[in-house]
Design a protein around this ligand. Structure first.
Ligand SMILES: [Cu+2]
Length: 290
């Protein structure tokens, strides 16, 4: 085997050194640069879990193959092979090892999730509503709303003749880079889910319930978002964009929206269902008149 050691070592070194960014981040979406303050931890957890579980898998597959080959029934054999019931060391091992693995995965997941879900005082607060099949975005500090999404009922993304999505008309949420962002997530009709793909995190938008997301966008760029909860006929066209820009560009955008008259807030008063049980919400004006 000694003659093989050198070429195998060289090949392994080249293969490992040649890892692309895609491989380094376990084929998660994104262009390999961290997009929020949470993505490094999420990528680390994902890749570490895969490596550990692959090691467990290789050992398990190896043992199965080994047992199947070495202890196969040979010519002339009959009856049962030697039985291994009540082999205490083996039983303890295959109870303790998975238990330790599960506890370990749980602990790291809980730690990561706690850090991601930790509320922060926002520098920028966004009101985001999902509706069949679009999005309403309000900038709380600026007192302005995104212009493309004023229709009470959402208009889904349009598909062009070439099969591509018309990216110009999908709602766009602007965010300033390196600022603490809080997004208040709501739904106007049915359950939706707010998912910016490259941010590696999504959260449900539930009618009558407030959900929140806290993060710092760390890289200027344009990102695609979509609804991640099947919500009806045009769910697949419930798309949006996130534009992470420099602070002054962000302020200029808010000023432009204010100048164009897109002021106010697209709040819960636009929800389709105004009569949630046990929330004290009054029926809408339409019902009072009739
Ligand atoms: Cu949806």
């Amino acid at each position: 085997m000694r003659w093989a050691a050198l070429p195998i070592g060289v090949a392994a070194a080249i293969a490992l050194a040649g890892c692309t960014q895609q491989e380094m981040q376990g084929f998660l979406p994104g262009d390999g640069v961290n997009t929020t303050n949470h993505t490094p931890g999420i990528i680390a957890m994902w890749t570490t879990a895969w490596i550990l579980l692959l090691i467990v898998g290789i050992i398990t597959w190896g043992l199965i193959l080994w047992a199947a080959i070495v202890y196969r029934r040979r010519r002339g054999q009959s009856g049962l092979p030697v039985q291994m019931r009540y082999h205490l060391p083996i039983e303890i091992a295959y109870t303790i090892i998975p238990f330790v693995l599960i506890i370990g995965f749980f602990a790291f997941t809980a730690k990561e999730q706690t850090s991601i879900e930790q509320p922060h005082d926002p520098e920028v607060e966004i009101l985001a509503y999902g509706k069949q099949w679009s999005w309403d975005f309000s900038y709380v500090q600026g007192g302005v709303v995104e212009e493309a999404v004023h229709e009470p009922a959402g208009v889904q993304a349009q598909i062009l003749a070439n099969g591509q999505i018309d990216g110009e008309t999908v709602p766009t949420l602007w965010l300033p880079v390196d600022k603490q962002v809080k997004i208040d997530l709501g739904a106007r009709d049915v359950i939706h889910s707010f998912w910016v793909i490259d941010f590696l995190y999504k959260k449900d938008m539930i009618p009558g319930k407030d959900n929140f997301m806290y993060f710092i966008p760390t890289k200027v760029g344009e990102y695609y978002g979509k609804c991640a909860e099947l919500c009806g006929e045009y769910h697949s066209q419930m798309l949006f964009k996130v534009k992470v820009v420099e602070q002054d560009e962000f302020q200029a955008h808010l000023a432009e929206l204010a100048g164009d008259g897109f002021t106010g807030e697209l709040g819960a008063d636009l929800d389709r269902n105004q009569n949630f049980p046990a929330t004290g919400t009054q029926p809408s004006a339409v019902h009072e008149e009739s």
